[in-house]
Ligand binder design. Structure first.
Ligand code: AMP
Ligand code: MG
Length: 486
């Protein structure tokens, strides 16, 4: 069932009721050329790196022709964008199929592959810069152990696209455990009947939460599991200092993977109000708001499931509310668990939450860099970090040392734990921009490949090479603004 490239495509999504997708034809581009290729991911998917980068391979990666057994579709979905409900759908992407390796199933999506029935006024295309950006950040997130969609390739189309400026068009080949979104369920609830909704829920359960089939109320157990998975995901974002930027309900997956890297960025100085997106003027999706926005999105998810939670409407609402109210405790628990590890704490103590809160407040007061402060704590880099000269911080440091000394763990054991949870490097915006500029302006992908190499081992703490990428940007370089939908 494999073709020459190694694609082994199935199309289970096409068995859902027809309202969930539109079939797609090939949409040829002028001169497809693969400019970024993820060899390691290709190997793990048992694909032929060699053939995929050649002419015919580039054609399949750009949507100019389809591999064997592909039954390409554009998926229908809706979503709340900045709080407003809209009909959306894959307006510039298509799913060419689900690639099977053993018992794993991966969606293969081409992003930027042209117009679809859901394109509305858009051209269905994507510019090179934003596709490279998604490639870098998604691969960095993966290396940081954060569930995410992956990037297999970026392929130049050879066509120009019109944005504020004329830009080179490109297609990102995205690999995901699925593209089911909160917005897919909102679409089913708004535009389908109860049977459609139930079919979608069963499909999602089969694909991502097969264990809930044994529960007394599988749909409710499904809701509870998605809430738990998202609580874990957003806690991981907070722990690493990641700001997604567009947490619309169509950009929240049912699988619990991070998806759609638009105006996302990593925080430099610790500040809960950190926001990078040019379109997020009110800070709806600011760093400190992310857990609340996740809960808000999950409430929309629960609402869309109401018709299948219980036959009695009132009972269904009660069940949904109860499930939603579990988010904050699940989130807090995950976050605290992660923070303890970042501070080398092996066991729980009641006062830990206060200790952590005090550290964050000190970081905010003294404009300390989030990632580098934890690194300084891990490696005792007093000289490198001005925070260590502050009196109030010194007091906190003593308190932390006292807390550490209560554990029967050696200094080395504490440091090992901290090394595993505090990355040496994150894809800071100034690094990402540098790499994108070299690629976009002069076709130089070296800078990007070097950056990706460093970002692929954030916990190796291997010294010299990482050092170059560790510095926070000069204060004048802030704040960065990132743009989405481009
Ligand atoms: P995103 O910002 O990528 O999450 O996209 C939000 C919605 O806008 C989705 O329905 C996209 O398919 C659609 N969209 C974004 N850019 C384009 C484009 N250039 N052409 C058509 N639809 C687009
Ligand atoms: Mg999206």
């Amino acid at each position: 069932m494999k073709d020459q490239f190694g694609w082994a495509l199935d199309n289970s999504y096409g068995n859902l009721p027809e309202i969930f997708y539109k079939r797609m034809d090939a949409n040829p581009v002028s001169a497809p050329k693969v400019v970024m290729f993820n060899h390691q991911l290709a190997d793990s998917l048992q694909l032929s790196s060699d053939l995929l980068q050649k002419e015919e391979g580039a054609e399949t990666l750009s949507g100019s022709r389809f591999p064997e057994h592909a039954e390409p579709i554009a998926q229908a979905y809706a979503g709340h964008q900045f709080g407003h409900f809209n009909m959306l759908g894959d307006g510039r992407a298509m799913l060419i199929g689900e690639h099977l390796t053993g018992d794993q199933r991966y969606d293969i999506q081409l992003k930027g592959s042209g117009r679809t029935p859901f394109s509305r006024g858009g051209d269905g295309r994507a510019a090179l810069g934003p596709m490279l950006r998604e490639y870098i950040i998604s691969e960095a997130m993966h290396a940081l152990h954060i569930p995410t969609t992956r990037s297999l390739a970026v392929t130049l189309t050879g066509d120009k696209i019109q944005r504020e400026k004329v830009l080179p068009g490109a297609v990102l080949t995205r690999v995901a455990s699925s593209h089911l979104r909160v917005g897919t369920f909102q679409y089913a609830a708004a535009f389908g009947d109860t049977e459609d909704l139930q079919a979608l829920a069963f499909y999602a359960i089969d694909r991502h939460y097969p264990d809930v089939k044994n529960s007394a109320n599988p749909n409710l157990a499904f809701l509870e599991e998605v809430i738990k998975r998202q609580a874990e995901l957003v806690a991981k974002w907070q722990l690493i200092g990641f700001v997604h930027g567009v947490m619309n309900t169509d950009n929240m997956t049912i699988s619990g993977e991070t998806i759609d890297y638009g105006p996302c960025a990593f925080m430099n100085e610790y500040d809960p109000a950190t926001v990078f997106s040019s379109i997020d003027r009110e800070g709806r999706y600011a760093y400190g708001n992310q857990p609340y926005m996740a809960a808000w999105n999950l409430a929309r998810f629960a609402e869309s499931l109401l018709p299948i939670l219980d036959e009695d409407e009132k009972k269904a609402v009660e069940l949904a509310q109860e499930a939603i109210s579990s988010f904050s405790a699940a989130y807090e628990m995950e976050w605290l668990k992660g923070m303890r590890k970042k501070l080398g704490l092996f066991y729980d103590e009641k006062e830990d939450a206060v200790l952590i809160k005090e550290l964050l407040e000190l970081m905010q007061t003294h404009h300390a860099d989030y990632t580098n402060t934890f690194l300084a704590l891990t490696f005792h880099l007093q000289e490198e970090n001005s925070l260590f000269n502050e009196k109030d911080f010194m007091k906190w440091h003593e308190k932390w040392q006292n807390r550490l000394s209560k554990q029967d763990k050696s200094k080395e054991e504490v440091q090992e734990l901290m090394k595993k949870h505090n990355p040496a490097v994150v894809p800071r915006n100034h690094l990402v921009e540098e790499a994108l500029e070299a690629a976009e302006k002069s076709g130089n992908y070296e800078v990007m490949n070097e950056l990706l190499q460093v970002l692929s081992q954030p916990f190796s703490h291997s010294g010299e090479i990482q050092q170059k990428y560790r510095n926070a940007p000069a204060a004048t370089d802030q704040p960065y603004v990132t743009y989405c939908g481009t």
